[in-house]
Design a binder for this molecule. Sequence first.
Ligand code: PMP
Length: 351
Amino acid sequence: MAYESDLALRLVPYTAGEQPKDRQFIKLNTNENPYPPSPKVAEAIEGLCDSLRLYPDMEATQLREAIAQVNGVEPEMVFCGNGSDEVLAFAFAAFFAGKRLLTPDVTYSFYPVYANLFGVEHEAVPLKADFTVDVEGMMQGCPMALANPNAPTGIELPQSEIRRMAQHARDNGAVLLVDEAYAAFAQETAVPLLKEFDNVLIVRTFSKSHALAGMRVGYAMGSQRLIDALRRIRDSFNSYPLDRLAQAAATASMLDVDYTAKTVALVVAARDRAFARLQESGIEVLKSATNFLFVKAGEDAAPVQKALREEGILVRHFGSPRLKSWLRVTIGTTEDMEKVTDALIRHIKGE
Ligand code: PMP
């Protein structure tokens, strides 16, 4: 007999990117925003200290209203959690536990971990040779989950393709989960589909476009039926996943639409400039609809990652056979991206 449960012994946890403590890096390894959150956030959390003796609003009413208003949905169609990781975990428990689930093979690597945790029979459908999602291959009469735009490729699937998957899932009585962590940097979103499909769950985060990774706030949008199921899972786990500071900060940030648009535009411009410069230098890089670029850096990209680290630049490398030639480079400030692009060209081209 072991102290640990079989579950604890069998889990293979997710590995997050490095969070250095001892040295200043240009930190481009975990897709954080290089700009600070909206100045309205500081105003919103100032003076809340005394109220911390009371539990927070478990339904995050103000935040849900703000999210609903900005996205053009009803507050009853919104669910908030402690980072989108938690919302995703609840969704796996609510819609996929005990079922067969299809995801692309290259996607957010937390999905197989949740599948394992919640007893989901997970099947990974290989991306096509051009790194796009194999939509036909995904449609096998089961629930489906994918990140759109995808990570770490950065490629966006058009809304028409998401619609096809939603239809197929509904015909088979299944949920389609669309993780839109990076949608603010993309062309399209699946939100308009929510009017038509009661089986589509969209998951979003404040960690990227809203520069609040340190606050841990994520949300889901979907039909009341799906939101009710998420609530049942939450209330079987932790009634108060979002504290008072997080709710106030995220509400202020969501409502400051102009600030978000401005900082997202800066990131998108820096991304497109870095993309163009890398391509002009003959480096293979995927067209990105996110706040990162997926860049080919030799047969094995590990030495380039190491060389960049020695220069004070952190980027992410995934060791799996399909991805080992590539680096995922988060988009930093306009200024930093010039330096980082120079360094990438120098190390990849060996110049
Ligand atoms: N989904 C995707 C596709 C991501 O890349 C991330 C960031 N690691 C998340 C969800 C989780 O974001 P958070 O928990 O910070 O909201």
